[in-house]
Write a protein that binds this ligand. Sequence first.
Ligand SMILES: Nc1nc2c(c(=O)[nH]1)N[C@H]1C(S)=C(S)[C@@H](COP(=O)(O)O)O[C@H]1N2
Ligand SMILES: [Mo]
Length: 395
Amino acid sequence: MTQMPRLKRRHFLVGAAGASGAAIVGLPNVTLAQDGTPLPDYVAWKNADTMIVHSPETLETVRGAIGTSIVTPNDEVYIRNNLPAPDDSIVADRDAWEVTFEGLAEPMSLTVGQLKTVGVETIATVLQCSGNGRKFFEHEASGSQWETGAAGCIIWSGVPVRDLVAMMGGVAEGMDWLTGTGGEEIPEGLPPETVQVERSVPVAMMETAILAWEMNGEPIPLAHGGPLRLVIPGYYGVNNVKYIKRLAFTAEESPASIQQTGYRLRPVGEKGAPSQPSMYEMSVKSWITGPLMDAATGKVQIHGVAMGGTSAVETVELSLDGGETWADAPFVGPDLGPYAWRPFVVIADLEAGTHTLASRATNANGDVQPEDFPPNERAYGHNGWRAHAVDVTVA
Ligand SMILES: Nc1nc2c(c(=O)[nH]1)N[C@H]1C(S)=C(S)[C@@H](COP(=O)(O)O)O[C@H]1N2
Ligand SMILES: [Mo]
């Protein structure tokens, strides 16, 4: 639920302000998102035309804002914070930000400036919240009602974790987990485990993980985890710890609630527990990003994005008749690797009437996007093609 006043954008439209992203007359520096809610200060730089504000800590990218040029611009990428973002003083001197490394033969602390001299890798990954698609479930799970827009495709630059491990003499004996700790300040009086954003992933992920300082060619904005963020390719958003201050190889999973009981896939009605699957690997998925409602008769450009999850997306099929018949849809643009998504485009001739457009992806592992996805308590992981289909009316 939004905690901001729901201001109707059209009441404030003035002259050349355009269709949206309008400033409120008499209130400087307030920009309204696509849904008419003001953009919170710390993300006032976002492209308002492309954002939906669910709450000050959760902003979604408008479905139709995703185009065919692969990378999601920083000012259109969704935002998900479990705690308020740290003060922007932490990005005043980015190279001075310090990270502590633990659970290695020779543990140490390094600044971002020092990390930049260890090694650099650039990777494209889909960043996607576990709850993306929550709105498509019918059991009305609480939480942000994300549709398709808690996802973006991003190019990151940073140092490979494996290079740091080599530099520090290897992982200490018995450390099965790679644990990242977020740099948020814990509000006074709260036990850290209850709110600390600290996530553990299987230690093998150190082979592909990076500590990133750059996002789509810019220093990572504070809201997206600058000065430094852990990126675990192919894993759900929550594992990509922002403002990382500690990277530890640990014998056990983090005691934080966000690890122990949060982000656990379980049947509706059940409480979260460490025995349940954690939201790690993303699954094969695709969705149409245009057209979404109406189109004129004649030729229509249908486009969308397809991702493989932890293995590359191999094919995507498009149906113009609600899943009765399917045909392969060609990808456009360069292949940015197994963790990126690929846009697909089909130019179709659609007759007057309503058409149900659906897409269905297959990854290199042979996993096919399912028709439906079973309900689960927190409404995570929806990749069912039927719920993601769109009804387009051609006039
Ligand atoms: N430190 C920290 N890292 C975090 C979070 C957070 O609240 N604090 N949220 C996680 C979740 S749930 C998601 S989906 C992604 C969102 O990243 P974004 O805000 O850059 O889109 O960051 C993850 N990393
Ligand atoms: Mo998330």
